[in-house]
Design a protein around this ligand. Sequence first.
Ligand code: ADP
Length: 309
Amino acid sequence: MIKSIKIFAPATVANLSCGFDVLGCCLDNVGDEMNISLVSEPGVKITKIEGADLPLETHKNVAGVAVEALLKAYDKMVGVHIEIYKKIKAGSGIGSSAASSAGAVWAVNHLLDEPFTPHDLVSFAMEGEKLASGNAHADNVAPALLGGFTLVRSYDPLDVIKLHSPKDLVMTVIHPQIEVKTSDSRSVIKQNVALKKAIQQWGNVGGLVAGLFTENYDLIGRSLEDVIIEPLRSILIPEFKAVKEIAMAKGALGCGISGSGPSIFALSKGTETAKIVSEAIRSVYIKTGLDFDIHVSPINNQGIKLINP
Ligand code: ADP
């Protein structure tokens, strides 16, 4: 082994109500750990996975595919070993595959003394996302790599913008342990949008971005509204309506589907409100008899972090 580092690869919440496929934010205390090493024998190997039943074959694991995309651009013979300690469950809607793709490319770039910009890393990590979902989306890998809130302004050419992150924002996320098939969550979405709804939606995206930059929590709350995707997708998530109602009644700024679900997020001002919201959501879910996890996390403005040995 030549060099090795241990990292925290964070979970992320994509879409953020109005920002379907373009907005996302990074969590601080929910995420995987990874050990990444440079080794003398060239090639990329996944040497260990704990906490989840995921493929060890490099070309079937998003971390392997993302690092191979980076090494193709680096164009020198490099050997990489990857160990993944999964805490984020795959298919949860909080960026499980994104944490692995983004974490792996960030760590390899760090070990190679940073030949690539964070923006380059987003495009390599998107290759991992393409493997996971068939679509090279950036709304989870961008916040994992850049931290805070991010906007994918354009996919072609890729243009990712880091937004301002007001320090009092805290996320509550519930992950009901049910399977929502990606094919189902895709099939309920309509391909065409009525102009009236599109106007509401881009008004909200602009309002949310303005609210983040000016730290206007009321404006953030007013803008966390999705009139296009949520009404269709929320039917796949048990008790979505009850969770949203109670979260808003307990003071959340907004509440919506995290990624393509089944996780639900509620964004609050301050940890105290986020904890009250978390308890209220728990009281709804306990009655369903379903297994679930709840996380309360500040926004992580840094993204992926080194863990000191
Ligand atoms: P999430 O809904 O939490 O964002 P995804 O649906 O994006 O999770 O990713 C899960 C899919 O990616 C699963 O099919 C899983 O088998 C595949 N996958 C491949 N490698 C990994 C990895 N290292 N971590 C997580 N998922 C992976």
